[in-house]
Design a binder for this molecule. Sequence first.
Ligand SMILES: Cc1cc2nc3c(=O)[nH]c(=O)nc-3n(C[C@H](O)[C@H](O)[C@H](O)COP(=O)(O)OP(=O)(O)OC[C@H]3O[C@@H](n4cnc5c(N)ncnc54)[C@H](O)[C@@H]3O)c2cc1C
Length: 387
Amino acid sequence: MVDSHAVVVGAGIGGLSAALALHRHGWRVTVLERAPEMREVGAGLSLMANAVRAVDALGLGPALRRGGHGEAPGGIRNRHGRWLSRVDASEMIRQLGTRALGVHRATLHRTLREALPASSLHTSAAVEHVESAPDRAEVRYQGPDGTHTLTADLVVGADGLRSRVRAQLWPHHPGPVYAGSTTWRAAIAFPGPIPAAITWGPGAEFGMVPIGDGQLYWYGALNAPPGGHAPDELAAVRERFGDWHDPIPALLAATPPDVVLRNDIHYLAEPLPSYVRGRVALLGDAAHPMTPNLGQGAGQAIEDAVVLGAVCAGGAEGVPAALAAYDEQRRPRSQSVARASYVAGRFGQQLHNPIAFAMRNIALRLTPGRVALRSMARYADWRPPAG
Ligand SMILES: Cc1cc2nc3c(=O)[nH]c(=O)nc-3n(C[C@H](O)[C@H](O)[C@H](O)COP(=O)(O)OP(=O)(O)OC[C@H]3O[C@@H](n4cnc5c(N)ncnc54)[C@H](O)[C@@H]3O)c2cc1C
């Protein structure tokens, strides 16, 4: 293959996955990250079966299975600990062919980074402008020593929720909107067998996911106005969830205050009409920021990356056709996952009307396990392109 060069904007999970997928197909990659160091902010992550297949396709499955925790999802409880829906883990594994995986975000990020040539990663490189011509694309960025311009055969906009690449190339798109919920999360040391499970209260959800190495990731989500902050975020979580069922109080008691992160949840209410402009492709949260209710945001970003690598396997020559195929394969699926995730949030975490809440819980208790499993498996049943 002639020298084919891709510039990836953003070194989050999506950007690094894209760089790795292209690198594995013979591309020279340059990753530009505006932060002064390469690291992932955040606690844990569930990689559903589709995401596990995608990390397998990137060659990282064995390392992540060693570094994470194979999830046997327990199901959904009410705040008193009564199970509303239980997942038959062995049936789920039989249907999907693999377990889900709980991982620390830092482990996933480091594993991706270590699979790339160190010389391809550039920090303190804030991209300011991207332009596409028929035969090449250009990226202007601000580095520690001034302004630089790079020419590439392909540019990947993986610059997250507030993507500058999206705003620049789709200037009339309204961008992300607030979904109505705020979340707290933390990764903590917590030995002991705890199933990955969620708990619903009115307008609230608490989740726990083992992430390997004696660690556990918890999150709490709550309907709230945007922009809220508490002087002590852990105290705010205790106030809201501290009297929920065991082991939630123990998890909060084991949490150091300084590891608690708080984020409002945003998503694209208006899906993008395309993920591609000329030789620039959007990927991950830049393309389809979604609510976290199906645990699929990073999974979709890694799927995007695997498909992008596969369609670009022929190198620089075929980029326009490859990106048309990328858009065709990725946009319908990722946008339908995003839509389903939003709906799952409305009927799950966000439901607060007492009558609707009670009826939903009764319906859940009456739903046969195999039906619940089928709806859970629907979006997790994805396979990477052959070859
Ligand atoms: C509370 C919560 C829980 C979640 N749980 C899950 C889960 O269990 N499972 C799951 O699959 N997903 C989950 N997600 C979603 C997941 O975190 C995201 O979808 C995923 O991290 C997106 O990765 P990304 O690389 O696309 O974007 P980001 O992680 O946002 O990375 C973008 C990168 O681009 C850089 N950047 C931005 N602008 C520029 C610029 N101009 N120049 C250079 N660099 C730039 C940023 O610094 C950043 O490093 C969750 C999200 C939230 C909020």
